[in-house]
Design a protein around this ligand. Structure first.
Ligand code: A2P
Length: 271
């Protein structure tokens, strides 16, 4: 599949990624293996997901068949350690769980998981990620769940600006137009989590979505992923089901037209 690179960087982010939320520990292994077999090359982890070590084991396991340079790994940290040094150490621990103890370990992308810790935590976390970035231990750094106010706040002190990525909940029922526009204007890559509305039945079975899916002989899930891709977002669906994992990767052979996009854009307005 195709990739996008944040402004002023040459690090390609695969447009389709596989979310590892709610797959703690060993539970992530079978789905992640299925995703790699289906062609995904981008795995989205976090400290909170409790599967960084398993992602690390998986990288080791596949090293003979998929070169490390073809894989894109993201992790996230949402809490500080009590001092800037300890906060940095917690982030470094993540890199080591994923990449081993060697000095040249790295992840492709490290994000601040949430702005919720407060202004001091946001600043301390960003400092830790900037240090990882300067050392090459994170090839890209960014944020998650940031609103315009959080981005404007960090702009005042960030040495690495703009953040390369903002990962937020995005689908027709959560379009977050203001922060998406801000990201576009500043060259921040937008990543969409929960693109399938976390599997909510009444949304996946919505008549408008069903009509568009039928028109293209695709599933509602595939239409939602395609919607995100055509918006220019990096899309991060997740599934425990091998057949769906494969289905969700089969989204590069069709295109939604303007009328479809307008209809999907309109879904947020109804309640
Ligand atoms: P499951 O893991 O049982 O396959 P999101 O990516 O928005 O967070 O949504 C994840 C949810 O969507 C999971 O409950 C997952 O179920 C479900 N899901 C994933 N892919 C599909 C699909 N192709 N069709 C229907 N539901 C899907």
């Amino acid at each position: 599949s195709s990739t996008t690179s944040p402004k002023d960087t040459k690090v390609p982010i695969p447009l389709l990624g596989f979310g590892l939320w709610q797959l703690p520990g060993e539970a992530c292994l079978a789905p992640a293996r299925a995703a790699l077999a289906a062609g995904y090359r981008h795995l989205d982890s976090a400290q909170l997901y409790r599967n960084e070590a398993q992602v690390g084991a998986l990288l080791h396991e596949i090293a003979g068949s998929i070169p490390r340079g073809e894989i894109f790994i993201t992790t996230k940290q949402g809490v500080c350690g009590g001092s800037p040094e300890k906060t940095y150490q917690l982030a470094l621990d993540s890199v080591r769980r994923i990449s081993g103890d060697g000095d040249n370990g790295y992840v492709e992308l490290f994000l601040i998981h949430t702005p919720r810790g407060g202004a001091d935590a946001r600043r301390e976390l960003w400092g830790a990620l900037e240090k990882l970035y300067a050392e090459g231990k994170a090839r890209l750094i960014g944020v998650s769940n940031y609103d315009v106010e959080h981005l404007e706040e960090m702009r005042a002190y960030a040495k690495v600006w703009p953040p390369h990525v903002n990962q937020i909940e995005l689908h027709p029922w959560s379009q977050q137009r203001e922060v998406v526009k801000y990201c576009e204007d500043h060259g921040i890559v937008v990543q969409a989590y929960s693109p399938l509305v976390t599997g909510e039945k009444d949304k996946l079975e919505h008549t408008v979505l069903g009509r568009i899916a039928a028109k293209h002989s695709k599933t509602p899930a595939q239409v939602l992923i395609r919607y995100g891709l055509q918006k220019g977002w990096v899309v991060l669906p997740k599934s425990k089901t091998p057949e769906r994992i494969e289905q969700n990767a089969d989204v590069f052979g069709f295109e939604l037209d303007e009328e479809d996009i307008v209809a999907l854009d309109g879904l947020e307005e109804e309640v």
